[in-house]
Design a protein around this ligand. Sequence first.
Ligand SMILES: [Zn+2]
Length: 316
Amino acid sequence: MPFQQFRPAVVAASTMSFLLLGTAGVHAEEPAQARSAPDIAVTKVMRHLDALQKISDANNGNRAHGTTGYQASVDYVRAKLDGAGFTTSIQEFEFAGKKSWNLIADWPRGGDSGKVLMVGAHLDSVDTSPGINDNGSSVAAILETALTVSAKKVTPAQHLRFAFWGTEEETYIGSTHYVNTLPAAELSKITAYLNFDMIGSPNPGYFVYDQSPEIARHFDKYFTAKGIPTEPATALNGRSDHEPFLAKGVAVGGIFTGSAEIKTPEQAAKWGGTAGEAMDKCYHLACDTPANIDRGALDVNTDAVAAMVWKLGVRP
Ligand SMILES: [Zn+2]
């Protein structure tokens, strides 16, 4: 079996509350560099995408629900997080007669256990694609952000929890299962859920979720400082793992670089790229490989993920 244990995420969460009480006093040890948001090297992010492509190649060209490719993807990400000192847990569920898993990773160092910042991305692909932009791009970005939290020995103000969802491509089954089985007391601790689903599209747009004006404002400030105009991510409404959180009244935010939507001349004028072409011409296709990634977009968006984790969770 690929997994070491099968344990509902809620058990990990309640264990965490206990453990966190004992680490409240370590803030003084925090190194100075941990206080400012990191600049994450895109080469490190690309390494995870190459690994996910290799997993796809070895498993019939995809990492979809109910496949060995999905299991291997969970194993890959979990091993990285375990190695970095995260407390990981697997939440099992079933869909269409096949088992699947959410991977939840809690950062055990510091943080107000009553305030949880959650950051998530779906880890599955469709069965016709290796799923590197959709959604390896976001998996790699939040994974590398988590590894940076560890490398910098961050003692955050809020508890940090990273989620890698199963079975999103069948209408966000995994995240819905997580939200619906989380006790109300645990759900009420989640101060915000940040979702990432396709952030390295080859003909990229820069779209910001607009459900929470406050979180959207923080993202816009980041992109404005980089000279990048944004638009609301309305094409993603009802289409990713933020939906079940939104339905329970959790503040949600995120960014998106576009899928099959056609880039307009106005968008090409402000963002570059090719007008009249899809933002991701390989959306859900076999050509969604590392070659389908715009490294510039992935670079700026990975740093946006980290900036928002720091802004909302590490030093609000
Ligand atoms: Zn997706």
